[in-house]
Design a protein around this ligand. Structure first.
Ligand code: FE2
Ligand code: FE2
Length: 190
């Protein structure tokens, strides 16, 4: 998929986030499978890094979407071409008018679900500091798997429902102004 900026930038952020979560999942699975103390220590370290990454990079990504990207699509709710692009994807001809706002609120809800899992993972991780029981380890593994699963589905939905149709429909002026708005939000997180 070749996308114009700033959709390409958001796609690169998806890839970076997916890599970070995938790495944490890999080491957590290895630790759970082999139970070696060195792997458990590496897992705790990796999950702590993931928490820092999520409170910085993932939070920045979600803020860019909620504060700039989603509103840019909402503005185009009446645009026939965007609705056409989306109905090709969704085959929901009868609910065209609600299609865009429905997609946006579903994506927004995924962000809330991700936050719930992130907080649960942080909570389990805080128990892990004083010594990790197999129960805590199982909870960590379930949490990181759920996070990976949630984000993979969510990224796919955003790329199919927003980035690709947006690349077809947004004018170059609109792309430029969206890029500038995303940059303003990003600066708050650096
Ligand atoms: Fe998102
Ligand atoms: Fe995203």
């Amino acid at each position: 998929m070749s996308l114009p900026e700033p959709f390409a930038h958001l796609l690169r952020e998806h890839e970076r986030i997916a890599d970070a979560v995938g790495r944490a999942r890999g080491i957590t699975e290895a630790a759970a499978e082999y139970g070696r103390p060195d792997l458990v220590a590496a897992m705790v370290d990796e999950l702590q890094q993931l928490q820092r990454f999520m409170s910085q990079d993932l939070a920045s990504h979600i803020a860019q979407e909620e504060e700039a990207l989603f509103p840019a699509f909402l503005e185009l709710t009446q645009d026939r071409r965007l609705i056409d692009e989306l109905t090709v994807q969704h085959d929901r001809v009868g609910v065209q008018r609600e299609l865009i706002s429905g997609i946006l609120s579903a994506l927004d809800h995924h962000h809330d679900e991700v936050e719930v899992v992130r907080v649960g993972l942080a909570d389990n991780l805080s128990h892990a500091i004083g010594g990790i029981t197999s129960e805590v380890q199982r909870s960590l593994l379930a949490g990181v798997r759920q996070l990976d699963w949630l984000l993979q589905g969510h990224f796919g939905d955003e790329e199919d429902d927003l980035f690709e149709p947006g690349a077809e429909v947004f004018s170059s002026e609109r792309l430029d102004s969206l890029a500038a708005q995303l940059e303003v939000v990003r600066r708050r997180f650096t």
